[in-house]
Write a protein that binds this ligand. Structure first.
Ligand code: CUA
Length: 153
């Protein structure tokens, strides 16, 4: 018959408590930050720049970064739209930052990063590269034009 020493029991209890806290914090973090960027499996179809309209206010933007521009460079959407950005790079590492929307992605060759953004207010939202990528870095930008009078769609 085996007996467990009381100090051993204590250690086991503490270990269990720490483990439980760890698991809890992971689950909590997941539910709280569920809009964190996702990395999705690479597919060549995502490397063709385009804007796809799924319904009246739902869009997919396949954004491709390359030295030193983003394509598409102007994205026209109606106010209240929800946009899934699928981001890839044709060459080096680029950034993809929409400061007003707290979007902060990395454009990585051979990778797709995704973020979903809702545009509730009209305006012009600048997309900037915030990862140094060479001499043209500071000019590398694009824009999301929400409810602009000259909107094409
Ligand atoms: Cu692209 Cu900096």
């Amino acid at each position: 018959m085996s007996t467990i020493d009381s100090s051993e029991k204590k250690v086991m209890m503490i270990t269990f408590a720490v483990l439980a806290l760890f698991v809890f914090s992971i689950l909590y973090g997941r539910s709280k930050y569920n809009d964190a960027p996702e990395c999705i499996p690479f597919d060549k179809a995502y490397t063709e720049p385009k804007v796809v309209q799924l319904d009246e206010k739902t869009f997919q933007v396949f954004a491709v970064a390359s030295m030193w521009s983003f394509h598409p460079s102007q994205i026209y959407i109606p106010v209240g739209s929800e946009v899934d950005f699928y981001l890839s790079s044709k060459d080096v590492l680029h950034g993809f930052n929409i400061a007003e929307k707290n979007v902060n992605l990395m454009a990585v060759y051979g990778n797709i990063n995704k973020s979903t953004v809702k545009f509730d207010k009209p305006g012009v939202y600048k997309i900037t590269c915030h990862e140094y990528c060479g001499v043209g870095h500071q000019n590398m930008q694009a824009e999301v034009i929400v409810n602009n009078p000259i909107a094409k769609n």
